[in-house]
Design a protein. Sequence first.
Length: 279
Amino acid sequence: MDLSRPRLLYVTDLAYPARGRRYCDEDIWLSSRLREEFDVALCHPLDAAALMDGFDAVVVRNSGPVLHYQAAYDAFRERALAGGVPVFNALSGKGDMAGKGYLLDLTAAGYPVIPTVARAADLQLLPDADEYAVKPVLGADSIGLEFVGREALSALDLDGGALLVQPRIRFRYEVSFYFVDRSLQYALYAPRPEERWALEPYEPTDADREFAQKFVDWNTIGHGIQRVDACRTPEGGLLLVELEDLNPYLSLDLAGAEARDAFVTAMTHSLRGLLAARV
């Protein structure tokens, strides 16, 4: 392999209609910056399995919820693992990459996460709330999410392992921490809860950094991007909402020029490390 100009297959769905975000703008900008160090070709996620053999590594970015192309994604994943193809993010993630079952694991392990159960017998473990969030284990981008009162929980089919239940948290704001490998790059927050993607720069405290770091360290991704989404409770603490480790949107346009440049540098270094490990 010629590591001077490695070839990257950059997987993105430029036409995906994300609510409140423009996937295409972010990937056009980020792939253009990566071209300073790599030879980059963009492809749709449906074409990734067929094309990846011609490249040194695959970068999965804003490719949309895999629920929309589950069979193609499963084929890509199986082929990449069988062929030892370097993939960024590494396919070993335990967060959203594997579904939302990790919320159960983190709840059971005592991590600061919104309490989550998946069995009718465990509903009693949830705190009282005005409403409860019911979401598919394999959901993404709020697909299948609904809010119900406690009286409706008994009617849910929780025996098939396909649904999760959480109390609906009335939070002050949401904040996201963006990592390359295990290093925090920047943070953004939505000061108005009703406007999830109206994000502004956020300066994390030492406690915030420690909170986010523990989830990234819990995960098993050596090379890749992770987004730790959290909510600030009325009492002032943080609770994990999601650990995005498959194709997290980065809101790079809102991060500021200095943070964007540092992010590209960190991502380039990580990709170099991923490629070097294959030699």
